[in-house]
Design a protein around this ligand. Structure first.
Ligand code: ATP
Ligand code: MG
Length: 141
């Protein structure tokens, strides 16, 4: 990876996969300048989803969040570009689609604050942790 490049971890969540929006979301992703460095379709186990969203364990929506993330397959990705963490958050839009800016993925594809079609790491440190969580053992170059 070139020095100025950064990687982030992204998910196309089960709501968007069920609605056949993988291709549309990947098109927006590539148009926003991201290189897809790894990609895997998988259905998360309860244990994986609980571990992944462990920081939210005490939140009232935790049970609903784990149910949602395990209800069907999702797409796990490693995305790369300059300033990838911040740029992917920008490309996704706000957590609640009602607050998301025009042209963002969540504005266009998300149903609600809970079923919001994509995930993105919130820091470079968490990107490294999340990439290791789902892509351990595979080579991310
Ligand atoms: P993500 O971590 O999935 O990229 P985010 O960083 O924008 O989203 P977080 O605050 O980390 O938002 O919340 C994690 C996820 O929990 C949200 O994406 C959403 O699916 C769910 N969530 C957050 N707030 C609520 C809420 N008030 N009600 C229901 N679900 C929620
Ligand atoms: Mg988050």
């Amino acid at each position: 990876m070139k020095e100025f490049m950064q990687q982030t971890f992204a998910i196309i969540k089960p709501d968007a996969v069920a609605k056949n929006q993988i291709g549309d979301i990947l098109a927006v992703t590539e148009a926003a300048g991201f290189k897809i460095r790894a990609l895997r379709l998988t259905q998360m186990t309860r244990k994986q989803a609980e571990g992944f969203y462990g920081v939210h364990r005490e939140r009232p929506f935790f049970g609903e969040l784990v149910e949602f993330m395990t209800e069907g397959p999702c797409v796990l990705m490693c995305l790369e570009r300059e300033d990838a963490v911040a740029k992917w958050r920008e490309t996704m839009g706000a957590t609640n689609p009602a607050n998301a800016a025009e042209g963002t993925i969540r504005k266009h594809f998300a149903e609600s604050v809970g079923r919001n079609c994509v995930h993105g790491s919130d820091s470079a440190e968490n990107a490294a942790i999340e990439l290791a969580y789902f892509f351990a053992g595979s080579s991310l170059s």
